[in-house]
Write a protein that binds this ligand. Structure first.
Ligand SMILES: NC(=O)c1ccc[n+]([C@@H]2O[C@H](COP(=O)([O-])OP(=O)(O)OC[C@H]3O[C@@H](n4cnc5c(N)ncnc54)[C@H](OP(=O)(O)O)[C@@H]3O)[C@@H](O)[C@H]2O)c1
Length: 328
């Protein structure tokens, strides 16, 4: 069957983007063929679309690390035609044709059932970014974080991961301090629940000092680099930072001092290879006790408007979550 997809091709002058007709026979082998209703735009998709070899090596390629839709062919007894499913992470959109195509074919081990009470569109409003925000909060809680220990610092706060982290933490009763480079979004961050806003440049200051004043009851970092380690140096005794991103830098200018003098923890967060049973458990939490109203996060995208949004996310200019309607 034919379907439409955003195709990235490698040419002598760089990587091109176009919307093309593809056939199911162009898709890789897999247990399940899925009719994708919604996808979402993540920073990693923009890296794939611009040929970052750490994300995608094989071109032509269709990015899209997120997809939600209905099964239209199943080779396994565990899933039936018509089941509503969500796929995030694993190799989807990396070197496997992803959710920026109207059909995907994937192994059964990548799927979770759409949580009860959640629509396909809502699942993609969360998507990898929102799921990762929830995973960061879950990790902080497993490390002992509870409300009342001091503000949780969230960096890259208007981005996909950051903005959902601000919303979820505030909803769970945490005080939230948000770091942003977007002065015009301070009011929105306050509406999401941030009680303190820090300018991104201020968050970089004092990078040469070994320790900073103990301010934070925890932190969710999406940017890496000096901002990450300044946050670690500002953690209160025994508190933790969940690190998931690198939009500023993958390098950390670190010493052991905060760890050995303040007993703080640096927690790694990966949503991509997280075992599917753990993914399903967290998705069900997001459909239940952690359900959020993310309507103010939503930017509506289609295959036709994706390319501009890819440029905006690369430039750090996206706010909230871009949801791609594959049927529009
Ligand atoms: N570990 C995982 O499993 C996992 C999963 C999902 C995402 N990630 C990573 O998490 C990061 C965020 O992803 P995302 O989808 O939320 O991206 P995003 O929507 O582009 O958000 C990133 C935000 O970071 C801020 N920012 C941009 N450039 C910056 C810079 N040079 N220095 C400091 N801050 C900067 C901006 O927010 P402000 O303007 O508000 O500062 C931007 O909106 C990415 O590195 C992504 O690869 C990791």
């Amino acid at each position: 069957m034919g379907f439409k997809a955003l195709l990235i091709e490698k040419t002598d002058s760089g990587f091109t983007r176009s919307i093309v007709e593809r056939e199911d026979s162009d898709l890789p082998e897999g247990d399940l063929l899925i009719d994708v209703h919604y996808s979402s735009l993540n920073y990693k998709d923009a890296l794939s679309a611009t040929g970052n070899p750490g994300v995608t090596r094989n071109f032509p390629h269709t990015p899209g690390i997120d997809a939600a839709g209905l099964i239209i062919e199943s080779n396994t007894a565990d899933w039936s035609v018509g089941d509503k499913v969500v796929v995030i992470g694993f190799d989807l959109g990396m070197n496997t044709a992803g959710g920026f195509g109207q059909h995907i074919r994937v192994p059964a081990g990548w799927l979770v059932a759409l949580p009860n009470g959640m629509s396909l569109e809502q699942s993609m409003l969360i998507g990898t970014a929102g799921f990762t925000a929830a995973l960061c909060v879950d990790k902080l809680q497993m490390a002992g974080s509870v409300p009342g220990q001091g503000p949780i610092l969230v960096t890259g706060a208007t981005g996909g991961v950051g903005s959902v982290a601000v919303k979820l933490l505030a909803q769970l009763g945490y005080e939230v301090a948000a770091v942003t480079g977007k002065a015009e979004q301070h009011d929105w961050l306050k509406k999401l629940g941030a009680t303190e806003i820090l300018d991104r440049d201020a968050a970089r200051q004092d990078a040469n000092r070994p320790l900073l004043k103990e301010r934070w009851g925890g932190a969710v970092d999406t940017v890496g680099g000096e901002i990450l380690f300044n946050a670690v140096k500002g953690l209160k005794y025994g508190c933790s930072l969940a690190a998931c991103g690198l939009v500023d830098s993958p390098a950390i200018p670190a010493t052991v001092l905060p760890f050995i003098l303040r007993n703080v923890n640096l927690l790694g967060v990966d949503s991509v290879q997280l075992p599917v049973n753990q993914k399903a458990a967290l998705w069900n939490k997001l459909g239940g006790e952690w359900q959020m109203d993310l309507s103010s996060h939503r930017s509506a995208l289609t295959l036709h408007t994706l390319s501009g949004a890819i440029d905006r996310i690369l430039a750090g200019q996206m706010t909230g979550r871009g949801v791609v309607d594959l049927k529009a």
